[in-house]
Design a protein around this ligand. Structure first.
Ligand code: ADP
Ligand code: MG
Length: 334
């Protein structure tokens, strides 16, 4: 294992069991997050991005479980099989929130309504660091200030319900960043925020990367953000990573019909006003009633008989991989 890798996920499957029905929410994904780099995960709503993130954090909702696969955290103390740790055991609690931190799509997942924001950030610092009382106090104020929260001394003493939605989001980001994590998982972290604050937060994530070599997994549907921040990109569809590679591989040389359709469906900064925006035809299948074989086949313009079987993962190059039977033929038509 190269020592530039912070986290490796191998053939991970996370399934939901509801009313005796089965949803293969994450259906065999493999990827690595590298130290000091950003991996962006993209894909339409429901494709398994958040479930992948919660699986790594061992914060899965009830009715779901890791079915197969490995999650290895390459810590300074050696490799740790996250998937084998007890969800609320001592080891997982020590790692979660300090070495591996997460910014959730919904801030109330991370914030407790009955404690002040300052207290909650302080708790995390008490649990995971040796800072003195006054150092903690200073760190809390600094973190809130960095997030653009006005009057941070005063605001630290307020409760989540005193904060606006955008401010809660920022308080949670402050909490996630408080212990300078080795791995930061950010699930659509800036969706509710205005562009100035968004830029500020990405700047802080960048600082974390530079100063602490933090590995970042950033879930986003904003291709502008991907183009700007990603080192590597993984495209998910119905529980699979259908294409992955460097940002150049995936944004400039997309090979999977889904990636191409996704890129055509979203305005991309720098492509000018005249770009054709075309929505992806059809809709994502019912997760409880999935197509057999390639999940994208029913919406794919290039589908053939071969697509009735699930495609293997194939390497196009050292950095670029794909799950599509027909990618070579499709490329030849360009
Ligand atoms: N708490 C839950 N209970 C049941 N099914 C869920 C739950 N959370 C997610 N799922 C299902 O898992 C699949 C992946 O969802 P998710 O990871 O949230 O998608 P997204 O890519 O939009 O983050 C979807 O089919 C979704 O319906
Ligand atoms: Mg999500």
């Amino acid at each position: 294992m190269a020592n530039d890798v912070a986290l490796s996920v191998k053939d991970l499957k996370t399934f939901f069991y509801t009313e005796r029905r089965l949803n293969r929410a994450v259906n065999g994904v493999s990827f690595e997050i590298k130290k000091g780099k950003t991996l962006c995960i993209v894909g339409e709503s429901g494709c398994g991005k958040s479930v992948t993130a919660s699986t790594i954090m061992q914060l899965l909702p009830t009715l779901s479980r890791i079915e197969e696969g490995e999650i290895v955290y390459h810590s300074d103390r050696g490799d740790i099989r996250i998937d084998q740790l007890e969800r609320d055991g001592k080891q997982m609690r020590a790692i979660r929130g300090s070495e591996i931190a997460m910014i959730f799509q919904d801030p109330m997942t991370a914030l407790n309504p009955v404690y002040t924001i300052g207290f909650q950030i302080g708790e995390s610092l008490t649990y995971h660091t040796d800072l003195s009382r006054s150092q903690k106090r200073a760190r809390i104020v600094e973190l809130l200030k960095n997030m653009g929260i006005p009057l941070p001394e005063k605001r630290a003493g307020e409760f989540p319900h005193n904060y606006s939605g955008g401010m809660r989001q920022r308080a949670m980001i402050a909490m996630a960043m408080s212990c300078n994590p080795k791995i930061l998982i950010a699930d659509e972290p800036t969706t509710a925020l205005d562009v100035t604050i968004q830029a500020q937060i990405f700047e802080l994530m960048d600082t974390l990367k530079r100063e602490h070599d933090t590995a970042i997994m950033l879930i986003t549907h904003d291709m502008g953000v991907v183009a700007e921040l990603a080192d590597e990109v993984a495209v998910m569809y119905m529980g699979n990573i259908v294409e992955a590679g460097t940002v150049d591989d995936v944004l400039r040389r997309p090979r999977h019909p889904y990636t191409r359709a996704l890129l055509d469906s979203i305005p991309v900064l720098g492509r000018g006003k005249n770009q054709k925006i075309q929505s992806i035809r059809g809709s994502t299948p019912d997760p409880y009633d999935r197509p057999v074989g390639c999940q994208f086949a029913p919406r794919c313009d290039y589908a053939t008989d071969a697509c009735k079987a699930m495609p293997d993962e194939e390497n196009i190059s050292d950095t670029h991989r794909i799950m599509c039977w027909n990618y070579e033929e499709i490329a030849a038509r360009d």
